[in-house]
Write a protein that binds this ligand. Sequence first.
Ligand code: PMP
Length: 361
Amino acid sequence: MSDLFNFSAGPAMLPKEVMQQAREELLNWNNTGVSVMEFSHRDPAYVKMARQAEQDLRDLLNITDDYEVLFLQGGGRGQFSAVPQNIAAKSATVDYLDTGIWSGYAIREAAKYVSKVNVAGGCLETGKGKAIAPQEQWQLSDNAAYFHYCTNETVDGIALHTPPAGIEAPLVADMSSNILSEPLDVSKFGIIYAGAQKNIGPSGFAIAIVKKDLLGEPQPELSSIMDYQLQAKDGSMYNTPNTFAWYLSGLVFQWLKRQGGLAGIGQLNQQKAQLLYDYVDQSEFYRNEVHPDYRSIMNVPFQLADDSLDQKFLQEAAAAGLIGLKGHRFVGGMRASLYNAMPIAGVQTLIDFMDQFQRKL
Ligand code: PMP
């Protein structure tokens, strides 16, 4: 199966080197004679590994001491409710940008916990494709408790590549599908969170990077496992963490460091996305409907000129070792997810396949 390339949007491909290491260590982790899954999270050997993973993440993202780094459960959606309950009063207004399917889910969840979710802006159609409305058009509220947006809409393939400037409320970003894909200035954000199953590790796990000065006044009903301050105090071990996911994420962070950190992987990610978008743009048969300035580097949706060929495309792609290309069930078409673990050879093989497919018609 060495020639298989997995373009799944998540759970997604993880670095082969990491998976091989995990396999080698599966039954005997750290010379303990048992699997890391069978080992106490309170044991000093586990705690050492867990703290090293945190340090590696801090190194990769240059996270300063005024931020907590939390390893949590409940994936990306868990954070949709954790954020408002941790940093907004019930009477608060919060601002959200609505740029796609995941922003929509985040908005509907937040609405359960605060008095008003103001949708400050969203997408618009332009002659060059779907774009995010320019910041001048956003309708911000006075005194919003925070401003939330999704840096990369996994389904729609739309991204806001630079954090908005000049917004008074703390910026909160859902980076589930593009965290660790390129260098990032964490200091611009109040909270960054991500479900793990794209660029970090196994699903069900989540990371939250939280500016300490936002904490202290959670909503009274906030459940303890979602309580950032409590989790920070307990080193993200208030409840038993997902020990395997934490371990595997740690291996991914070390792998990323070996790739030259975020600068190294960021360059490769740009190259991969550019190759695919360039091919799609020059093709008469395939198309991407997102404005070039807002195209995702991680998730490339594309449509075939004739959608009755979608099934044939997917079948032949799978036979050629290219899997996970089916678009999200809400939008159809195709989607190639090019997360950190996808080698450039995978993208080249995909392009060759796409080219042959349309030539044969
Ligand atoms: N936000 C984004 C941008 C996502 O892509 C996803 C999952 N695909 C989520 C949130 C939800 O993550 P989870 O399924 O881990 O709750």
